[in-house]
Design a protein around this ligand. Structure first.
Ligand code: FES
Ligand SMILES: [Fe+2]
Length: 391
């Protein structure tokens, strides 16, 4: 783990860097999945190393979040990871499976079909596939015919902490990599709120937005803190932890302080640590002991990212509450579920406008130089590059 002092800058002037990492220009071949829009917009220039963070492929050998557990019911669900169409479904026991979303018979989407027992049935001619991706039933198979020996790709997938986690990479590696998980989702001491982010932008723009607490300027009246200041950064080949200090005006043990969120003139500020982490490929943050926010990523394509934004309010300060019967605590948790959703949605709307404008500016001119002062973003780009190049 490397520690970076954000203030130790040999050059304190704004640093000119291109939208590509390390000030490098774009490379038409850097992204494995082709993208029409990008290809049309890219100039014929190449950087020395050929790496462009704005088109960097995500490392598929990690667990990505593709749905809320509650979104996957009896009907199969179509999801996309970096251009790959994948169908997820539950078998008769509720177990989740993931297969390539293409029927090998006539190449239509299996997600149009339905689940029959433990098989996924194609809508077109009713061929059925087992969870290994083998054809198991053809309803009109003649006695002298054999089942077609076709196999579709299968993926490791799991239902954990309220979400469906997919491992799009090498099946053999899935057991060696731990999903980040969000144990707060089911924990009785945390009140959860969740919303989705669906943005026409490369995932690097979204993670940089989330790691750069100086963009609190954009949200001003929507959040419980102000005046963030970066203290230090720790970086490794798996994560980046940026430690800020912020001024907060909300304490969870003083419920009345919520009024400060709505009436700025009432605000009484106190310093709180604000820690944000890029736990590749996801984002985790905490403000003091009271709030945790997570963003669970699914890069859909080089210019489209889906994510779930989760907000947890801790009830740890209310020690009397912990002595109450579990069913009552569960009732309180469920009753307050999504209490902060409106707030989250307001933040997302503001952020999406910004990251999509960044994406558009890039598409218009990929070699445009930007000025970045926050060293956390350099560490984020370095991690994206390490992960992308490790494929
Ligand atoms: S296309 Fe799927 S069964 Fe024919
Ligand atoms: Fe934001």
């Amino acid at each position: 783990m490397q520690t970076i002092d954000p203030r130790s800058n040999s050059d304190d002037r704004p640093q000119a860097s291109s939208t590509a990492a390390n000030g490098e220009a774009s490379d038409r071949n850097a992204v494995a999945t082709s993208n029409q829009v990008i290809d049309q917009a890219s100039p014929k220039t190449k950087s020395k190393s050929g790496f462009d963070v704005r088109r960097a492929s995500p490392n598929p050998n990690h667990w990505y979040v593709v749905a809320l557990s509650s979104e996957l019911q009896e009907k199969p669900l179509a999801v996309t990871f970096w251009g790959e169409a994948i169908v997820i479904y539950r078998d008769s026991k509720g177990q989740v499976h993931a297969l390539e979303d293409t029927c090998p018979h006539r190449f239509v989407k299996l997600s149009h079909g339905c689940v029959v027992g433990d098989h996924l049935e194609c809508a077109y001619h009713g061929w059925q596939f087992n969870d290994q991706g083998n054809c198991a039933v053809v309803p009109y198979l003649a006695e002298n015919q054999k089942l077609p020996n076709c196999q579709i790709k299968r993926y490791a997938v799991q239902d954990l902490d309220g979400f469906i986690w997919l491992f799009p990479g090498d099946l053999a590696l899935a057991e060696q990599v731990e999903p980040m998980g969000v144990p707060e989702w089911d924990h009785l001491n945390y009140i959860a709120s969740v919303t989705t982010i669906d943005t026409e932008a490369h995932y690097s723009y979204l993670i940089e937005n989330l790691m750069d607490m100086y963009h609190g300027h954009l949200h001003d009246n929507y959040q419980a803190w102000a005046s963030a200041s970066l203290l230090n950064i720790e970086a490794s080949d798996r994560r980046v932890d940026a430690h800020y200090e912020a001024q907060s005006y909300y304490r969870i043990d003083k419920i009345w302080s919520v009024s400060q969120l709505f009436f700025p003139q009432l605000r009484r500020l106190h310093p709180e640590p604000l820690d944000v982490s890029y736990v590749y490929p996801h984002w985790a943050s905490r403000l003091g002991d009271d709030f945790k926010i997570f963003c669970l990523f699914c890069p859909v394509s080089p210019t489209h990212t889906r994510a779930y934004l989760l907000h947890f309010t801790s009830l740890n300060a209310f020690w009397r509450l912990h002595k109450l019967p579990v069913p009552f605590r569960r009732f309180v948790k469920n009753l307050l579920f999504n209490a902060a959703r409106g707030l989250l949605e307001g933040l997302v709307v503001q952020d999406v406008v910004m990251v999509e404008e960044e994406q558009q500016a890039y598409l218009k001119n990929p070699s445009l130089k930007s000025f970045e002062l926050n060293k956390a973003l350099g560490a984020v780009q370095k991690l994206i590059r390490q992960q992308s190049e490790s494929i």
